[in-house]
Design a protein around this ligand. Structure first.
Ligand code: FMN
Length: 309
């Protein structure tokens, strides 16, 4: 059986993408040069670093540590130039013909809305609401752990923009409930998952390694958690899901798609790989072979396939 022409094309939150692989927020994505580098890597859409209304300074170094188990631990602290950078990012992405998803952050619903308004005014394709950063005080997970807050933030953002809204949630005991609230409030898609709160200690100095003490764990160690969250949320609502967490090969991407994701983001693997462009290329070729192996004609047929057996 042959694949459909455009077998990797997917439509997520109403956005048509030539294939399902995009970068995860926080990996480049806040300067014009970053956008151009990410486009060269071959991503079908580019997600910006989380942008807050005003420039935000991050934590003092060390802010990122490579762990023995293959993961990364980071506490960057949502450092970003503020919403004034959105115009040039959109401009660059448009020049290169790549959809731009602006990741938005804030300390309350009104701040999220402020960045969403700017994203729409400047011509972004969609917004991804970061409700899940585990280490920036007052931001992210401190809001996203409570499904009522998730509802309020998404609802407020939906009231000020017509852009498709994607809510990015982290793993928590109430993630399925939070996902339901995000969808009820108007999210057209969900990104699952963000990093997981963790820490590392230097046993020689007996001190936490990160200045912030706690950070977010990413990379291969969190992949099975991402698969579980995508599977559970898909089972409940069958929404458009962008799977994220520990994807380093096509196998990881295929696993998230089989669990229910329509698209997949790659973060830590970009740091660990010495050739991001061939990484993206090899994931796409691997996915095509995987579709053929199962007799799927396109990616959309493979979405959630692990629920059907
Ligand atoms: C250094 C670093 C910075 C990050 N910055 C952001 C960010 O600004 N906004 C966000 O939503 N997620 C951020 N993340 C989380 C990633 O987007 C992603 O959800 C997480 O790393 C899991 O994917 P991965 O295992 O492929 O890295 C960051 C992660 C890392 C390691």
């Amino acid at each position: 059986m042959a694949l459909d022409k455009g077998s990797l094309t997917v439509s997520i939150a109403g956005i048509r993408l030539r294939h399902p692989i995009m970068n995860a927020s926080g990996f480049l994505g806040y300067t014009r040069e970053h956008i151009s580098r990410l486009a060269k890597y071959g991503f079908s859409a580019i997600v910006t670093k989380t942008i807050t209304p005003y420039a935000k300074k991050g934590y003092d170094p060390p802010i990122v540590v490579a762990l023995r188990n293959g993961g990364l631990l980071n506490a960057v602290g949502l450092e970003n130039p503020g919403k004034r950078c959105i115009g040039e990012l959109v401009d660059e992405a448009r020049k290169l013909g790549v959809p731009l998803i602006v990741s938005i952050g804030g300390m309350n619903a009104e701040e999220f809305a402020e960045v969403a308004i700017e994203a729409e005014e400047k011509g972004a394709t969609a917004v991804e609401i970061n409700l899940s950063c585990p280490h920036a005080k007052g931001f992210g997970l401190e809001i996203g752990l409570n499904p009522v807050n998730v509802f309020n933030v998404v609802k407020t953002v939906a009231s000020v923009t017509k852009l498709p809204i994607i809510a990015k949630l982290g793993s928590s005991d109430r993630v399925v409930e939070a996902a339901g609230k995000a969808l009820e409030a108007g999210a057209k898609g969900l990104t699952l998952i963000n990093t997981i709160k963790a820490m590392a200690i230097d046993v020689y100095t007996l001190k936490p390694i990160l200045t912030n003490i706690f950070g977010g764990l990413s990379g291969p160690p969190i992949h099975p958690i991402a698969v579980r969250v995508v599977y559970e949320v898909f089972m409940e609502y069958k929404p458009d899901i962008i799977g994220c967490g520990g994807v380093t090969t096509w196998l990881d991407a295929a696993e998230l798609i089989a669990a229910g994701a329509k698209a997949v983001q790659i973060g830590t693997a970009l740091v660990l790989s010495d050739n991001a462009q061939s990484l993206v290329e090899s994931i796409l070729r691997g996915l095509e072979n995987w579709l053929l192996l199962h007799g799927f004609k396109n990616i959309e047929e493979a979405v959630g396939s692990a629920h059907k057996v």
